[in-house]
Design a protein around this ligand. Structure first.
Ligand code: ZN
Length: 304
């Protein structure tokens, strides 16, 4: 059975939830639901567009490769991952090879719960009769709705989706808090998402631009480490500890070893095998955003 048509910016797991409602499979148990739909049983996480399970759902319901890519780009928080893809990788040729069930999540302090905008819920329910989960609300660090500028709401029980829709949480969820750096982050992360959705190749162009700005070539040697250290000291000073602690667990005050974000991201040393989470790249781009015309505030307003 096909899934219902996706709404604008609807998360893939949101349409799977609506499918369960519409197909009368809400009252079979979870394991039975997955079996009926020929997908492996799993918990529905909001921010794992490369998770092998989500991949399976996408492949099961949308067999065409190009559709799969566009679906991931517009209906999961995938866009920032374009920064992490090896430059030679063809975006369309993404397959499940080497995909892990869950990519490294523990180093990140960003909230990973499911969240929604109450304004969006009201408008969707009056227009369509139901509310749905937005893909863009689950971009790393998103805490405000890009349309209404209102706080997204969430609940500690929303670590996994449990086949509910946002309106079911209206009375119990609470607004996400936002500090100063997060306020700036909202403009940045939504803008980046829109830019990458319009032009996926832009991500790797930005990666090259960062290398040029930091005078870090593609053939880094171990002897370049002092240059990295100097740049990283500047990065930490500019971003501030609130921001770094809000993004990475290794910057928490009790932790002795802070991740050297520039060294692990821009050098071939200390790299994990396979894909690296885009949060490292996002932190670097956020730091340099005023030096990159495409990301600078003037441009944001001009396009936004
Ligand atoms: Zn909204």
């Amino acid at each position: 059975m096909a899934l219902p048509p996706l709404m604008s910016d609807e998360h893939i797991y949101s349409v799977l939830t609506r499918h369960r409602f519409l197909s009368g499979q809400l009252y079979v148990n979870d394991k039975r639901f997955f079996a009926l739909n020929q997908i492996n049983y799993h918990w529905l996480r909001s921010q794992t567009p490369f998770c092998a399970y989500m991949q399976e759902v996408i492949q099961r319901f949308y067999p065409d490769k190009e559709t799969q890519f566009n679906l991931r780009l517009h209906h999961t928080p995938f866009a920032p991952w374009l920064l992490s893809l090896p430059s030679e990788a063809k975006s369309l040729a993404l397959t499940s090879s080497g995909l892990r069930k869950n990519l490294e999540e523990s180093p990140f302090a960003v909230n990973r719960q499911w969240r929604f905008c109450p304004q969006c819920v009201l408008e969707e329910r009056s227009a369509a009769g139901f509310s749905y989960w937005h893909a863009s609300h689950h971009l790393p660090g998103a805490s405000r709705c890009s349309i209404h500028k209102t706080a997204l709401h969430t609940h500690s029980h929303l670590r996994y989706l449990n086949f509910t829709l946002p309106h079911q949480w209206l009375s119990t969820a609470s607004p996400m808090k936002q500090s100063q750096w997060q306020c700036d982050w909202q403009t940045f992360i939504y803008r980046l998402n829109t830019l990458f959705q319009g032009r996926p190749n832009l991500a790797q162009e930005l990666v090259q631009e960062v290398r040029e700005l930091l005078q870090i070539g593609n053939d880094v040697k171990r002897s370049d480490k002092p240059h990295f250290d100097k740049q990283f000291a500047q990065m930490k000073q500019d971003l501030g500890i609130d921001c770094l602690q809000g993004l990475f667990t290794s910057f928490a005050s009790h932790r002795k070893q802070q991740t050297h974000i520039l060294w692990v991201t821009l050098s071939p040393f200390g790299q994990t095998k396979g894909l690296r989470h885009p949060l490292y790249w996002l932190a670097i781009l956020f730091w340099l955003r005023h030096k990159i015309p495409l990301l600078s505030d003037g441009n944001l307003h001009a396009h936004g």
